[in-house]
Design a protein around this ligand. Structure first.
Ligand code: ATP
Length: 306
C-alpha cells in the first residue's frame, strides 16, 4: 500500500457559476484519521465524490491508492468503505437482506464483525430499511461501510442523524479503532468538537478553498487566544498586526492569532490595552477566525496544502 492513500493536486471544480472546489491540494497518509471540515456548501461532498470516481477531475488530479478512481473504479472502490451523506440504501430490503446483498460485493466481508456491529447498533435483522428511523438508517449505512474492513473509510457527515451517545462513544471509538489497525479514515463534518476528539489531521474548506491543512495538534498549538482590556473603550475593531480575528466591543476584545504573539502584545500595549488572558483556542475558534475574516490563506502564517 502506498504511504499516501489520497493524493489530490490542484483540483478545481466548477458547477456553472459556483466554484465548488478551488485549486485544492491534499495528501492523506496511510493510517491516520483526517477530519474534513467546512460549513454548508464548502465543497466537502464534491471532494469526496472525486475520491470515489463519481466526479471526474476536470482540472487537477485525484489518486487514491495511487490509482485514478475514474479509470480504475474496481481497484479503488473495492478498498473503500463509504457512507454517503444521504444514506441511500435500498428501501425495500430487510436489514439482513441488505447485509447479505452488500456482502456479495466485498470478498473481505467479515460476517462476525457485521453481526457484532448490528448488535452494537441495536438493529433488528428483520426490519425493513424503509421503516428505519433516520438514526437507525445512519447506523446501518455505517455498518455496511465498515464490515468489509476497508483500508480506506470515507464517511460523509457520519454524525448526521446519530444520537449523542452513538456519536460520542460508538462512532468515535470505531473511527479510532480503524486507524489503530493501520487503516485510513477520511470523514467530513461541520462539528468541530467531534473532529477535535478523533482526528489526527484536519483540512478546512471554505467556499471551495482549502484554508488550512495540518496536524490537529500543530493547529491547536500554533494558535493563541488573547483577551485584551483597553483603558479607553474602542468604537471600532482595533487593528492588530498578526491577528486572524478580533471580536468584542468597548473595553474588551478577543484576538485569535497564529504565532506573532510578541508583536501582537507590543501593538496592543502601544494602543493602550492590557493582555488579561492568553489561552489556547478551540478548533471551532480557529476555524471561525480562519474563514470569517475574508483573508486569503496566503496571508496566513500556517502551512497551507502541505
Ligand atoms: P454540506 O455540508 O451543506 O453538505 P458541502 O461542503 O458538502 O456542503 P458540496 O455539496 O460539495 O458542499 O457543494 C459545494 C458547492 O457546490 C455548493 O455551492 C453546491 O450548491 C454546489 N454543487 C454541488 N454539487 C452540485 C451540482 N451537481 N450542481 C450544481 N452545483 C453543485
Amino acid at each position: 500500500m502506498p504511504d499516501t492513500v489520497i493524493n489530490v493536486q490542484n483540483l478545481t471544480r466548477q458547477f456553472r457559476r459556483t466554484t465548488a472546489l478551488d485549486d485544492v491540494s491534499l495528501e492523506v497518509p496511510a493510517g491516520i484519521v483526517m477530519g474534513l471540515v467546512g460549513g454548508n456548501g464548502a465543497g466537502k461532498t464534491t471532494l469526496i465524490k472525486h475520491l470515489l470516481g463519481l466526479l471526474k477531475a476536470k482540472t487537477g488530479s485525484v489518486h487514491v491508492f495511487g490509482l485514478d478512481p475514474v479509470r480504475d473504479p474496481v481497484g479503488v472502490l473495492g478498498r473503500i468503505g463509504y457512507l454517503s451523506e444521504d444514506r441511500d440504501l435500498p428501501q425495500w430490503m430487510r436489514v439482513d437482506e441488505l447485509l447479505n446483498f452488500t456482502q456479495a460485493y466485498f470478498p473481505n466481508w467479515d460476517p462476525a464483525y457485521a453481526t457484532e456491529l448490528r448488535e452494537t447498533f441495536d438493529l433488528d435483522p428483520k426490519q425493513r430499511v424503509k421503516s428505519l428511523s433516520r438514526g437507525q438508517t445512519a447506523r446501518l449505512g455505517l455498518l455496511t461501510a465498515l464490515a468489509h474492513r476497508p483500508p480506506l473509510l470515507v464517511l460523509d457527515e457520519p454524525s448526521s442523524g446519530l444520537d449523542a451517545v452513538v456519536r460520542r462513544d460508538i462512532l468515535a471509538a470505531i473511527i479510532r479503532t480503524v486507524a489503530d489497525e493501520g487503516r485510513t479514515v477520511l470523514f467530513s463534518s461541520h462539528l468541530l468538537d467531534e473532529v477535535d476528539r478523533v482526528a489526527d489531521r484536519v483540512a478546512m474548506l471554505h467556499n471551495g478553498r482549502l484554508v488550512l491543512s495540518d496536524n490537529l495538534q500543530t493547529v491547536l498549538d500554533g494558535h493563541s487566544r488573547l483577551t485584551l482590556r483597553f483603558a479607553e473603550p474602542c468604537e471600532t475593531r482595533p487593528s492588530l498586526p498578526g491577528a486572524l480575528s478580533c471580536d468584542g466591543s468597548g473595553h474588551e476584545w478577543t484576538v485569535i492569532c497564529n504565532g506573532q504573539i510578541d508583536e501582537l502584545r507590543a501593538a496592543a500595549t502601544s494602543q493602550g490595552a492590557e493582555v488579561v488572558e492568553q489561552a489556547k483556542p478551540s478548533l471551532d475558534e480557529v476555524f471561525v477566525a480562519r474563514v470569517h475574516q475574508g483573508r486569503s490563506p496566503l496571508d496566513l502564517n500556517t502551512e497551507v496544502n502541505p
